[in-house]
Design a protein around this ligand. Structure first.
Ligand SMILES: [Zn+2]
Length: 255
């Protein structure tokens, strides 16, 4: 059999001489590992279609119960050029790819794979259209956390349920009221900061144009979300380190 499947390439790893194993997200089959033979050779026809963060049509022999396949051929549908040219955009998509890879188990949950596919594709598109990388990623991460039931509580104090809030705690998992913040030694935030964090967690990527008008810098919000994932899902998001080291202009900060 010869199955054509549209896949988003999440990552690649070296495999034997001149070959790689791709981790690919598909709607039909969930997450797959696909070996691409000889792709490191200069003559490889499949190179452009198998680079991470591209959307490609892949030809494989799909068999149920297996999770690793050999690529027969590939056609690049969307290369998302800006992700490969711009450091901030490239780092941002690497973070989302790492998170989705960690949250999806091979073939276990097709519905969740579908949600992740749409989220990843939309994020690639927005970053490629040069929307601010920190904001796009913060909203995408918040959406992903919601699907996992680990999103922050931004409606009330996570401890006592009081509606009037003064602080954000990644460790506690959301907003804190004045008393709880004092008790836990968490510093107060400006009202505008609390509003912005709530907005990012309530919005979706569809609202990007509106969000962009209101939010100048989402790096702090993103860092709280990444810290929450670390403390609640036990995930160290390795690719986030490089993004966090970039200054607003996308240059690597000097120590
Ligand atoms: Zn409280």
């Amino acid at each position: 059999m010869n199955d054509q499947v549209v896949g988003l390439i999440l990552k690649e790893a070296d495999y034997r001489e001149n070959s790689v194993i791709l981790t690919v997200l598909t709607k039909e089959f969930g997450k797959l590992s696909i070996v691409v033979r000889g792709v490191r050779k200069l003559t490889s026809k499949n190179r452009a279609a198998t680079i991470p963060y591209t959307r490609s049509e892949l030809s494989i022999d799909y068999r149920e119960g297996r999770t690793i396949f050999h690529l027969k051929s590939a056609v690049c549908l969307e290369f998302y050029r800006f992700l490969h040219e711009d450091l901030s955009a490239g780092c941002a998509i690497a973070v989302l790819a790492e998170l989705i890879d960690a949250f999806t188990l091979d073939e276990s949950d097709i519905r969740f794979a579908e949600i992740c596919f749409d989220l990843f594709e939309e994020t690639c598109r927005l970053l490629n259209e040069r929307h601010p990388a920190d904001l796009v990623l913060a909203v995408a991460v918040a959406e992903l956390m919601k699907t996992q039931g680990i999103g922050p509580d931004v409606d009330e104090c996570v401890h006592c349920g009081k509606k009037s809030v003064r602080a954000i705690s990644a460790k506690e998992g959301g907003f804190l009221c004045q008393e709880c913040a004092v008790k836990l030694g968490v510093p107060f935030r400006e009202t505008a900061e609390l509003r912005q964090f709530r907005l990012i967690n309530k919005a979706s990527l569809r609202h990007m144009n509106l969000l962009e008008e209101r939010i100048e810098d989402a790096r702090e919000d993103l860092s709280v979300l990444i810290e929450m994932i670390r403390s609640h899902a036990g995930l160290r998001v390795r690719s986030y380190r490089l993004l966090a080291a970039l200054d607003p202009a996308g240059e690597v900060q000097k120590e």
